[in-house]
Design a protein around this ligand. Structure first.
Ligand SMILES: NC(=O)c1ccc[n+]([C@@H]2O[C@H](COP(=O)([O-])OP(=O)(O)OC[C@H]3O[C@@H](n4cnc5c(N)ncnc54)[C@H](OP(=O)(O)O)[C@@H]3O)[C@@H](O)[C@H]2O)c1
Length: 132
């Protein structure tokens, strides 16, 4: 694909949940436009390494950022690491958690876990992404 969006060339982008699925596809598109992509994930190291290898094989700059968005300390540590190289330019909030158990099948623990990642985790990532 040609460089149809030069505004991304040389920029640094953090994609949450960027190692698989939709986040990976977004990251690949940005990488093809010349962005350095930081790929966040939480659990699957093997998939993350495979994605890293795939991006690097295609000549794209990539860094893995392991952090569970349900763990505030992990988010802080991830953003500290990404900020070590200075401010980054774009944030893609893609990662989310969902268990389809329906209204009556959802207990408080599941509700807290879901809100912890999807609301509090994303709030923290967005609030702390600008360079301090
Ligand atoms: N696929 C659909 O049909 C669909 C429809 C509507 C909305 N969405 C939304 O689109 C987003 C991506 O969906 P997808 O289908 O591409 O999912 P996916 O293929 O399962 O990929 C999810 C990605 O998020 C990461 N992730 C999961 N839990 C995380 C956590 N707690 N902290 C950080 N990273 C985490 C995963 O890495 P690890 O496995 O290593 O943790 C993986 O990289 C989600 O927000 C989803 O709700 C998807």
């Amino acid at each position: 694909m040609s460089n149809t969006h030069p505004e991304f060339a040389g920029k640094r982008v953090l994609v949450t949940g960027g190692t698989q699925g939709i986040g990976k596809a977004i990251a690949a598109r940005l990488a093809r436009q010349g962005a350095l992509v930081h790929l966040n994930y939480a659990h699957n190291d093997e998939a993350a390494r495979e994605t890293q290898h795939e991006f690097e094989s295609n000549g794209h700059a990539v860094e893995l950022c392991k952090a569970d968005l349900g763990v505030p300390e992990a988010i802080d540590a991830m953003l500290d690491r990404v900020h070590e190289k200075g401010p980054f330019d774009f944030l893609v909030c893609n990662a989310a958690y969902q268990e389809k158990k329906g209204f009556f099948g959802t207990d408080l623990d599941l509700l807290k876990k879901t809100l912890g990642i999807n609301i509090f985790g994303n709030f923290q990532v967005i609030q702390k992404s600008p360079a301090r």
